[in-house]
Each structure stands twice: as structure tokens, then as C-alpha cells.
Design a protein around this ligand. Sequence first.
Ligand SMILES: Cc1ncc(COP(=O)(O)O)c(C=O)c1O
Length: 423
Amino acid sequence: MSRFWHPFSNMAETTSNGRVVFTRGRDCTIVDVEGNEYFDATAGLWYCAVGHGRRRIADAIGRQAAELAACTCFDVYASDVTLRLADRIADNSPVDDPRVFLTSGGSDSIDTAGKIIRRHFTLRDQPQKTMMIARENAYHGMHAYGTSLAGIPANHDGWGTLIPEVAQIGAFDLEALERTILELGADRVAAFFAEPVIAAGGIFPPPEGYLRQAAAICRRHGVLLVCDEVVTGVGRLGQWSASERFGVRPDLMVMAKALTSGYQPLGAVIVSGAVAEPFYAGEGEWLKHGYTYSGHATACAAAMENLDIIEEEALFDRVAALETKLPSLLGPLAELECVSEVRTAGLLAAIQLDTAELERRGTSGAEVNVGCRERGQITRLLACGALQFSPPYTATEEQIGRFGEAVEDAVTAVSRRSPPALA
Ligand SMILES: Cc1ncc(COP(=O)(O)O)c(C=O)c1O
């Protein structure tokens, strides 16, 4: 038995059900130790934008590791590729006068954003401005801030006391956003965290105008807007950021995943000049925060090569084109008896299973998920009972069509196995 403790797992089940061990990946295909091939319909955990097995990125990693794998970026130090990547991210991001803080992933970045915001207000003589507002169904990673901001109860509950200065509101409730700011007092509310499209919570795109109006409310009350673009950033919606698509310029923006397509762990916090100002202006201020691997040279080299590929292959345009096809390719799944809805945004889709109906038939979403795997599809059952679809940007219409057919077949097989109980 391997000693590996799987993240997000029930190890009793994982141990008895058996692991699926992958050994190779090529483009959208991932291969297990027994040679079975699967369509990677989730692009790993949303990250593998350019697909698996890109020799160019492997070579860039190798070259950087041989030259200088990593160096300290604390104090005055940096690697040249770290500086180039930070500027490239800054140039692309819809944040005013941006500064870029690099980390090893999304959770690191959310924690960093939370700490920079609190320190910013302390330096601005507003130390009481500590409250963060987050939303139902939100996923902001699993560090202390991310867990505290979590809107998926299963991720938030059961840890004892978390960061107490967090208020939760309905996912798209603008009235609640303003009311909560007023009730808590604008002088106490530091920031509002939002995923432009709620991702792990179930792929919920916002209603028309939502993010723009939320940004206006935040601005009116001096509350910082943090857009968590860990999933939506770097092309998942066919643009560099979802913030651009929804017409907002956040005060802080968080990215990770598709920055490197997962070839190296990397995250970024893009901070507006106004938020960064007390750390940069005059005599400045030490930011007593940072990670051993902040600005990691090899991770930055992987990101640079990955971004080159995305540009050269015009993969954002490809995502935009595929987005228009998703409703016809996957939408009809909503007609199945055990599927209640299909939601899409960019190259993202959620096939919402009707869990009550599945239960009535003595089965479950977990069985559908396994059924999809048996049909050569790696998807994932989200906490809300939806199957996740977020493939590499290189996916073809044919592959997406086959994914839809496999899901239909798996849902039908599982739900027919146990006919509905008589009322
Ligand atoms: C929106 C969002 N924020 C933050 C995170 C955390 O990122 P990581 O798992 O890299 O720490 C995730 C991970 O899926 C995410 O979806």
C-alpha cells in the first residue's frame, strides 16, 4: 500500500476502491499505468490549458533548471525570468498601475491578497478595516483565508474557529452586498472577493451586469474588489481575464493554474498601484510576507513558454470559438431524466445531475462519475452534484462530442440499472 495521502479524498474509500495511477499525457489524453487512455475533460484541476506533453515547456524548464533553478527573491534579489514574467502579467492585466506578487498557487495567492489588504489598511491608519465579504458557493483555495472565505459548506465547516472577519452573502445578491457593507460599516469592510464565474462551486456564470454593479458598490463604499481568476484567468473565457470580459478593473486580481498550464506550480497576485502605494512610497514599508518559492525561476520559465504557446497558437480565440459550440454539444444532456441543467461559460461546463432522482433510483453522482471514467472520460463530481467540464484549450469539437455521448451513456446506464421506486 502506498503511503501517499491523497488531497481531497476519503482515504478509507480511496484505499479500498483502488487508485487510478496516471503515467503519461499527450495533448487532451491522459494514460494510466495499465495503458488505458482517457480524455482529460477537466484539464487536471482546471489548469492544463495547452494540453499535456508539451516538449517546448519541458525544454524551457530543463534549460532554466540547468542555468539557475531558483534563487531567493526576498529583499533586493530576483531572477531575470521572474522580472520578465511579472511584467508580462502586469502588461496583460486590467488592474491600474499593477504590481505582481508571485506565489506557488491559488491558495497562496488568496492568503497573500488577504494579508496585503489588511496591511494596506493598517498603513492607511484604518486598522479596523478587516472584514472581507465572500459569497455562497465560493472556492478560494484551502489556506487560512481561502477556507475562511469558502462558500461551499463542506470546505468551510469542521475546522473550528477560522478567520472571524468574514461575512458571507448570496452568490449574485447585489442588494445583500450593499446592505452587508452598510450593516458592518464601510469603515470596517476591507474587501469583497469574487470569482467572476463561480467554478468549483458549480460553474455559475454571473447574471448580465453583475460584476460591474458589484464593482460600483465596492467603489462607492471604499471596499476593495478582489477578482479570483485562478480558474477564469489566462484564457478560460477566451480572454486574458474574465474581469475584462465583464468590464471591471479589480483592485486585486489573483491568477494561477493556466499561467503555467500546471507544468510548474505558480500563482500571482496582481495588486493595483493604489493598494501597493503605502509599501512603495516614501520610506516604504517591509512586507513581512513571502514564500521560499515566490518568483521561482523555473516556474517562471515554464509560464513564459506556456504563454508563448498560447499566443502563437491563438488559443484564446480557439476557446472563444468553442464557447459558441458548447450549448449544442453538451446542452442536450439536460434532457436526460437524471440531469437537471447544463451551465456553460467560456470553455467551462457543469452537467448538473439531479441527485435526488439518482438517489430515488438507488444510485449516485459518484457512480455516474465512475461510469464516465469507464467510458474513457476523466470528469469530476463537484460538491453541488455537477460533473465538471474544463478541458485543455486544444480540445476538438469531436472530443467534446464524444465526452457528451459518454456522459449520456453513463447517466443512462446508471439510472436504468435501478428503476425508479414506485411512489
Ligand atoms: C477560484 C479558485 N481560487 C483559488 C484556488 C486555489 O488554488 P490552489 O489549489 O492552486 O491553491 C482554486 C483552486 O481550484 C480556485 O478554483
